[in-house]
Write a protein that binds this ligand. Structure first.
Ligand code: PAF
Length: 279
């Protein structure tokens, strides 16, 4: 059975009971509008934990664009049906006032890894993410937390947050789930028109081509410029960034022996798509 909880008090009582019974508790933080990517996280959590909570909360603090917040899909009934099917034990879907009650003034800001790329494009976004994730960890008291690699920079921010604040939770990063044509699954994909949906896989394809170019000896700047030109030729509105970075710090790649990650954000049909690949 899957229970839906709205208050921190109810969540706490449930988790206290589970822990008293000796269960390992997993959490899958989401903003709802669930797709197979989210469900793969929930399945992994189910395989590794005795009890699993999925949180559904469209966190206003991480939206730097009010229109994006307004348009963010909200599909709680359908989400709950999917989570029942996967068999998670609890859904925590609080109202904003439960998460941010009157008088709330704390902000969690992770330095360094939060600054470039998404951090530069979306000021305040990662403060909002770090604040809500720290709260969700506190509220759920989870032992393990599951995040998708699709939001690679977010995953690094959360890892840093947990390390810096000695939070007693193990963060598990899970592979990006893609549609058969290569498009990374995202709740925002439903906003693409049919024509734009056809073009969208070009982002992943351009990144793979840039990675091949780089490995073949093409200079990073040139490989990235080629990818940008390809995307604009394919009909993308603009490319916000595409770059090769140190996979953990997201800083410039200074040491080629360290793991590298290519990350990109591009606009198509008024929808902002992000993706990343290991290089
Ligand atoms: O990745 C998301 O859906 C959100 O950023 C998260 C981690 C649930 C925090 O609101």
């Amino acid at each position: 059975m899957t229970v839906i909880l709205r208050t921190v008090a109810d969540l706490r009582a449930l988790v206290r009971g589970w822990k008293a019974e000796g269960h390992l508790v997993g959490v899958v933080p989401t903003m709802g509008a669930l797709h197979d990517g989210h469900l793969s996280l929930a399945r992994r959590a189910k395989a590794e934990c005795g009890r699993v909570i999925t949180t559904i909360f469209v966190n206003p603090k991480q939206f730097n664009n009010p229109d994006d917040l307004k348009k963010y899909p909200r599909t709680e009934d359908a989400d709950a049906a999917l989570l029942r099917w996967v068999g998670v034990e609890a859904i925590f879907a609080p109202d904003p006032a439960e998460v941010y009650p009157a008088g709330f003034v704390t902000n969690v800001s992770v330095g360094g890894v939060s600054q470039p790329l998404e951090g530069a494009s979306r000021p305040g976004h990662f403060d909002g993410v770090a604040t809500v994730v720290a709260k969700l960890f506190g509220m759920t008291q989870a032992d393990r937390a599951y995040f998708g690699q699709k939001d690679w920079q977010q995953l690094q921010v959360v890892q840093r947050l947990v390390a810096d604040l000695n939070l007693a939770v193990t963060v598990v990063g899970c592979e990006t789930v893609r549609d058969p044509d290569g498009l990374a699954m995202s709740s925002r994909n439903v906003r693409l028109s049919a024509a734009a949906r056809q073009k969208a896989p070009a982002l992943y394809a351009a990144m793979l081509a840039a990675a091949r170019d780089f490995r073949a000896g093409v200079a990073v700047d040139q490989a990235m410029s080629r990818a940008t030109a390809t995307l604009l030729a394919e009909g993308f509105d603009s490319v916000e960034y595409i770059d090769l970075r140190d996979a953990e710090t997201l800083g410039p790649m200074t040491d080629p022996t360290r793991p590298l990650r290519m990350l990109a954000a591009a606009w198509l049909d008024g929808v902002r798509l992000i993706d990343n690949i290991a290089v």
